[in-house]
Design a protein around this ligand. Structure first.
Ligand SMILES: Cc1ncc(COP(=O)(O)O)c(C=O)c1O
Length: 469
């Protein structure tokens, strides 16, 4: 049985049903098996689909019949507007990076790596082991499996210099993906209506989480070396903010990695203003030419609240991440998490821990580095050759994305539509700006499926750009 042949039968029968009178009797299963050359199981599956869609009903012993179509009347949900009133803050629509597209499109828009870049073999055996273990049947501690907490802490401990106390397992809270961590952190550390400083451009999901928390976002411009520490100090001074959200390593979307000097100066500014730095280390496992330098390793005073996710590197289906925080801030975040998600599936935690503690994990990361380098370089070369109007702001030394500047007059909306019509999906850069975009940009992900199509993709983008002039 294949999904394709079942879908074919569904499509065929839907046409048949459209012509049939209500109560009409469908051909027998046997004749459908013969007509479509499919197995009885496949025919049954198609029938179940049509029944679930409300198009047919089966009467035991009598057969399967077309259901009487109820007159379609427009539904009126207007009363809800009165009950709901205006939203506290308007949460932007979900990102273009999350949209699907035709199966044969060249998908450069999405944020998650293709399955060929995942540790598939390690993960499948880890899931099988976890399914056989107690983790499948028991509730894990609210803060996470202790061994997984220790692993997250040890990942930072490895790069903590002498003289700085590394985080302990007890400083770690395991999360169902770092998106929920962002929401909890913003709610816990920034009061509603209070300012939250953010690099600009920055991750659209963080902008979304800030809107959900009802905080006031204050953009701080950031370049390939990170934000200007004086500009950051000015923003703290002017707004009275106490929290700065940033991605010091392989930022999404720009790929920027802060220089050593910027890192130290930003930490000084954070300490001077008695503030928190929320460090989102989403791309820790996607190093290419340089290794990530988590700032949290330099701080034992609780100024840095650190987020690390395994969702993208282990599997998008294993939503496991962690926040490392110390002091009362940790208590506040923990309380928020208890209220919103209570605890993370022990099965997924056990599987994630199994994957990252296998010797094969390090081998996987080494291979991944080469694969990402080859993909990044191919996309860069393809764009330079076929879409010279596109300006790669800087070639990232890690992460999954290229941040591409476009000619000033570019109509982004039209470009995205035009590319899509030509079979290429791109992400418009606007979504990564907390306020007005600084110019037209697009983000291209080089970790998606079918890298062999990058040159063709670049060619079509180049043509779409040429049509803009
Ligand atoms: C910078 C950044 N932070 C957080 C996340 C969310 O990660 P998760 O999938 O673990 O929720 C993403 C996902 O794209 C991201 O790019």
């Amino acid at each position: 049985m294949t999904d394709d042949s079942s879908a074919r039968i569904v499509a065929g029968l839907r046409e048949w049903i459209a012509q049939a009178p209500p109560g009409g009797r469908l051909p027998s299963s046997r004749s459908l098996v013969a007509e479509y050359g499919a197995s009885p199981v496949t025919v049954q599956k198609a029938m179940r689909t049509l029944a679930a869609q409300g198009l047919i009903e089966s009467r035991p012993g009598a057969g399967t019949f077309v259901r009487a179509v109820r007159t379609a009347r427009p539904l009126d949900h207007g009363w809800q507007s009165a009950a709901l009133r205006s939203p506290r803050s308007r949460i932007p629509a979900s990102s273009a990076t999350m949209r699907g597209g035709p199966g044969d499109a060249i998908a450069l828009h999405a944020g998650y790596p293709d399955r060929e870049l995942l540790p598939q073999r390690l993960l499948r055996s880890a899931l099988a082991r976890a399914a056989r273990s107690d983790a499948a049947l028991t509730r894990p501690p609210a803060a996470g499996l202790p061994e997984l907490q220790s692993w997250f802490a040890s990942e930072v401990g490895g790069s903590t210099p002498v003289g700085v106390t590394p985080p302990a397992a007890g400083d770690v809270l395991v999360l169902p993906g770092s998106q929920s961590g962002l929401s909890s952190i913003f709610r816990a550390l920034v009061m509603t209506g209070q300012p939250l400083l953010m690099e600009s451009p920055t991750y659209w999901g963080a902008i979304l989480a800030a809107a959900q928390a009802g905080v006031q976002v204050v953009p701080v411009p950031s370049g390939p070396e990170g934000p200007d520490p004086d500009e950051l100090a000015r923003a703290f001074e002017e707004t009275g903010a106490r929290v700065f959200y940033a991605q010091p390593n392989f930022a999404n979307p720009t790929g920027a990695r802060w220089s050593g000097a910027v890192t130290h100066q930003v930490l000084d500014v954070i300490r001077t203003y008695g503030a928190f730095l929320v460090e989102d280390d989403w791309a820790h496992d996607f190093a290419i030419d340089s290794d990530p330098r988590p700032l949290v390793a330099l701080d034992d005073t609780g100024h840095v609240v650190y987020l690390r996710s395994l969702t993208k590197s282990v599997s998008p289906s294993v939503r496991v991440a962690a926040v490392i925080a110390r002091g009362p801030a940790k208590q506040r975040i923990s309380a928020d998490l208890s209220a919103s998600s209570m605890y993370v599936s022990g099965l997924l935690q056990a599987a994630a821990l199994d994957v990252v503690t296998q010797p094969g994990w390090q081998t996987h990361l080494r291979t991944l580095r080469h694969q990402l380098r080859a993909r990044r370089d191919l996309l860069v070369t393809s764009l330079r050759e076929h879409a010279p109007q596109a300006h790669i702001t800087s070639v990232p030394t890690g992460g999954l994305n290229l941040w591409v500047g476009l000619p000033d007059a570019t109509d982004l909306h039209e470009l995205v539509r035009d590319c899509e019509a030509a079979g290429v999906l791109i992400a418009p850069g606007n979504e990564w700006f907390p306020a007005e975009p600084a110019g037209p940009f697009m983000r291209l992900n080089y970790s998606g499926p079918n890298p062999g199509a990058f040159p063709a993709g670049a060619q079509r983008i180049g043509l779409a750009l040429a049509r803009q002039v």
